[in-house]
Design a protein around this ligand. Structure first.
Ligand code: PLP
Length: 402
């Protein structure tokens, strides 16, 4: 009889959004006429930019012609044209990342989860809480010890390291999902110094970097001096360019990132990850990589920013509603998420049920992202403009009535 990896039995039974979907289904059954507005899952709704779609079609056409047909990609790390485009994009906001430090993937979630493969199970993992659930789940799946750095109201949901505590691998996400908070360069420098002192590696998730609007907020950890010696960065085109259904992202592992093996030899983290990917991943489809490269052209960046601006205007509408009602919140400026304190000190799921039942608006209970999320709630700005405005009218009535 096969033995199970019983670490899986320690996970929450269902991924957060499955629980939410079940509650919506039950509500729908008893309220078939209800006009539900979904502001829960962080999925985009606007179509992909025309210049990106044209590039994908051209890539498809090339696949249908003998001379330009492509089979397996040699390296599996992504075509040079795309890695060069990503490198140019990094340079445009002051991060010196070379094409050979970039690997293309089918979205950031897989790499965020799979990166655990190249690290031993005795590492102490530090996760800021609340957090994107993949960091915790993927480490629990291999039975690792996880410690948490609290992100809370007092520190503006931007946890900082505790020098008295040791960690080997640190997950940071900025702009943050779920809280919408961002780290400044000075704060990132503190984390980099902490990582150096502890011989630790930072796994930096910048999936929402394109939403940063304030000057001086780093778009990449590599905008901060010293990061290339300690940090891996993962980014995605899902939110930047509407690729949630298209699937493309990239992971950066700097050539300077070296870890000592137990025999004292130096090991390149990039090489180890390349070895892992070589065995378990066969690359991203050619047409999708053509589409991704078009994102980073002048016209591509212009077109994707029209969509980002639209979502940011939604975020402003939500944020203004919170301000008007005197509800405490973070996010909404450099992020498509608004993270607010549940009125009347309600518990997150209690507020979820109340909002669903009274207004038919769906959000995400903060407690689903960690203990510091309890009593908080996440709304996304990825919806339709009119529906977002309508949801906020219903929200105002609800908050005024309680
Ligand atoms: N990282 C964060 C913080 C996210 O919120 C998401 C998606 O919601 C991802 C990574 C993964 O995105 P994808 O796999 O679509 O690239």
């Amino acid at each position: 009889m096969p033995q199970l990896n019983e670490n899986f039995l320690k996970l929450e039974k269902n991924y957060l959004f499955i629980n939410i979907a079940k509650k919506i289904a039950a509500f729908k059954e008893s309220n078939p006429e209800a006009d539900i507005i979904r502001m829960g899952i962080g999925d985009v709704t606007l179509p992909i930019a025309p210049v990106v779609i044209d590039a994908m079609k051209k890539g498809c056409d090339e696949m249908g012609v003998k001379e330009t047909f492509k089979g397996y990609e040699d390296s599996g790390a992504g075509y040079d044209f795309l890695r060069e485009a990503v490198s140019g994009y990094y340079k445009s906001f002051g991060a010196d990342v070379s094409p050979d430090e970039i690997r293309i993937n089918d979205g950031a979630k897989a790499d965020c989860g799979n990166i655990v493969d190249i690290f031993g199970n005795d590492n102490v993992i530090l996760v800021t809480d609340p957090a994107y659930p993949v960091y915790v789940d993927s480490n629990l799946m291999c039975g690792r010890k996880i410690i948490y750095a609290d992100s809370n109201e007092e520190n503006g949901f931007a946890a900082m390291p505790d020098d008295s505590v040791h960690a080997d691998i640190i997950y940071l996400c900025s702009p943050n999902n779920p809280t919408g908070s961002v780290y400044t360069a000075d704060q990132l420098k503190v984390w980099i110094n902490y990582a150096k002192k502890n011989n630790a590696i930072i796994i930096y998730d910048s999936a929402y970097e394109a939403f940063i609007t304030e000057d001086g907020i780093p778009r990449s950890i590599y905008c901060v001096e010293g990061a290339k010696e300690v940090a891996i960065e993962m980014c995605s085109l899902s939110k930047t360019a509407g690729f949630t259904g298209m699937r493309c992202g990239y992971t950066v592992i700097p050539n300077d990132l070296i870890v000592k093996a137990s025999d004292g030899s130096d090991v390149s983290v990039a090489q180890l990850w390349g070895r892992r990917q070589g065995s378990k991943f066969n690359g991203v489809s050619y047409p999708v990589q053509c589409a991704a490269a078009a994102v980073f052209t002048e016209e591509g960046l212009k077109q994707i920013h029209e969509n980002i601006d639209y979502y940011q205007e939604n975020a402003r509408i939500i944020a203004d509603t919170m301000t008007e009602l005197g509800v405490k919140f973070t996010g909404g400026v450099n992020s498509p998420y608004i993270w607010f304190k549940c009125p009347n000190d309600m518990d997150s799921w209690e507020f979820f049920d109340l909002m669903l039942n009274k207004t038919a608006v769906v959000g995400t209970p903060g407690s689903g992202f960690g203990k510091n999320g309890n009593g908080w709630f996440r709304l996304t700005a990825f919806g339709d403009r009119q529906r977002t405005a309508e949801a906020m009218e219903r929200f105002k009535e609800l908050v005024k009535s309680i």
